[in-house]
Design a protein around this ligand. Structure first.
Ligand code: APR
Length: 237
């Protein structure tokens, strides 16, 4: 268990915890119009509608729990780093299930449902209650300046410098539960392969980027990920 392991997760890893994915038949974007809810323009047009969408998703977090896939990745991080390897978990998910299962070396490249950000002074804090345009920023005290700390379509994902630097020295890359339709995350496997990494895809079904992987494991993440982690711990020196 040496070398640099990078894992990218998407909505599919949280599906078995009861959180909707985005592009499955019953996914979020089949019920809601992302152009009205997940863009800076939508927030400027109707902030209360956007707040209501994220407030409902944030409230749902207290009704769900990590599943065996989240727990397996937290164990893999501990074992991999205890053996002297480098480990980074990059998630596109904005839920808090990776943290709640014990993952530490974690980047939320699309932001976090549990946080809020002031558009005036950039203050970030825990969104301890439902957000609204009436709630003042705790730092600059202005009203009508708080937004969900979420990366919307058209915005730059978070901590990309750290992610790109890690991909340059990656030896093993796994993409779990992501459709591979949204860049830059959908291009991470190509970058890892260019660095000489072995690339593994774990998904319910094949995706548009499956051909770019050395190995594709299909099935529900809460089944396939613990099995993959167990196999990795047995076979990797
Ligand atoms: N186990 C494993 N994979 C699953 C499961 C499951 N139980 N259920 C669904 N999947 C797979 C689907 O087959 C699909 O390939 O998870 C993937 C989910 O794809 P999307 O819904 O597109 O979610 P994601 O790839 O995370 O979307 C990326 O798009 O809308 C934006 O910001 C949003 O972060 C999100 C980004």
């Amino acid at each position: 268990m040496t070398g640099s392991l990078i894992i990218l997760t998407g909505a599919g890893i949280s599906a078995d915890s009861g959180l909707a994915t985005f592009r499955d038949a019953d996914g979020m974007w089949s019920k809601f119009n992302w152009q009205d809810l997940a863009t800076p323009e939508a927030f400027a047009r109707d902030p209360q509608q956007v707040h209501a969408f994220y407030n409902a998703r944030r409230a749902q977090l207290s009704d769900v729990a990590p599943n065996d896939a989240h727990r397996a990745l937290a164990k893999l991080e501990r074992d991999w780093m205890a053996a002297g390897g480098q480990f980074l978990l990059v998630t596109q998910n904005v839920d808090d299930l990776h943290e709640r299962s014990g993952s530490k070396n974690l980047i939320h490249m699309h932001g976090e449902l549990t946080k809020m950000r002031c558009v005036h002074c950039d203050y970030v804090d825990v969104a301890f209650e439902a957000l609204s345009t009436d709630l003042p920023c705790l730092n600059c005290r202005r009203a009508d300046v708080l937004r969900p700390d979420i990366v919307w379509f058209g915005e730059m994902p978070m901590q990309m410098d750290m992610i790109m630097e890690a991909l340059e020295s990656c030896t093993l890359f796994a993409a779990i539960g992501t459709s591979g339709t949204v860049y830059p995350a959908a291009g991470f496997a190509d970058l890892a392969r260019q660095a000489g990494a072995r690339c593994v895809e774990i998904n319910l079904d094949a995706t548009d980027i499956s051909t770019g992987f050395d190995e594709c494991l299909t099935g529900r993440a809460s089944d396939t990920v613990p099995n993959w982690v167990a196999g990795l711990c047995e076979t990797t020196p």
